[in-house]
Design a protein around this ligand. Sequence first.
Ligand code: PLP
Length: 392
Amino acid sequence: MKKGYFGDFGGRFAPELLMPPLLELEEAMARIMAGEPFQRELADLLTHFVGRPTALYHCANLSRELGFGLWLKREDLAHTGAHKINNTVGQALLAKHMGKTRLVAETGAGQHGVATATAAALLGLECIVYMGAEDVVRQAHNVQRMELLGATVRPVDSGSRTLKDAINAAMRHWIAEQGTTHYCLGSAVGPHPFPLLVRELQAVIGREALDQIQARIGVLPDQVVACVGGGSNAIGMFHAFVPHAQVALIGVEAAGDGSPGCCHSATLSTGTTGVLHGTMTKLLQTVEGQILASHSLAPGLDYPGVGPEHAHLQALGRAQYVCVTDDQALAAFMRLARTEGILPALESSHALAYALKLTGTLPQTANVVICLSGRGDKDLEIVRQELLKREG
Ligand SMILES: Cc1ncc(COP(=O)(O)O)c(C=O)c1O
């Protein structure tokens, strides 16, 4: 396989000015991150700061209703409330070892921005977060969290004023300030080495889940399920299971309101191959290659591209990608809250909604593990407004 590629996908389609920091990062991964001292330091932070290992929880109530064993890998219990912290603590530590003094990041839902601001505060780095002007309004609570953690939030007014525009702005900042700055990218997307770097930092989720489920039931699960925005929690969850062909890997994308032609974020299910943010992957685009507007009730799934490794797993037939609508995700959110006492993030609710559809289709002995990528506190206002709309 070509370096930086996952089959036909991935690569480094970057402007010349971005090549030096990308090569520097690739070199630092090999020289610093691969070394034993870095890995020891990271493991210590993951245990004592992030709170790993996160629990693997057996949903006894919901399992009874569904007719099979349902398990949740509780990334909502990680510090700051989502899997994003695994990636930012790792990248911030690497940046510090590289002699950088500042992190620049993009954020959509705000979770990655909060996680970057947190890691920066911990490690004494300056932090600037670009955020689409639209998202600054929608996720005001997370903007406040970032500012309290000492980060500067810069609203981005160009384009659709959402995540993809924030990524463009963060990349421009990195080009200009590469001597002092590390770009802490928030998902398994972007030019090589980012998809690999983020996967390596998130793979702890699947490694723990694999050990935990075997310790609990003595066998591998039948299915492993995760929601897919850029694809970082999903690739982190899948990676340890990929070699175990008997475990089905299911990525769940957002189908928006589900009507034909509506805006959605189902890149792998409906997209075509192209280049966005420096990587060859599946995209929501016109035949002329213009990026289409995307939408999801879950802000973190609203991205018109996807990590290239997912496009590869799909092409291989090793992972399957399915769609869930806003309504189904909202229903799953409510059901987990009422049956298990857990408020899931709306992103994670998509993965759960897929599992709910399996009711009555699997034997009682089957086991399904879902990556519960984050907690739902950040989504309470969206949920409140959606419930009001539906009540009419
Ligand atoms: C809780 C949560 N889950 C999932 C995602 C989607 O990102 P990814 O596909 O990279 O895991 C986000 C992104 O903000 C998120 O906040």
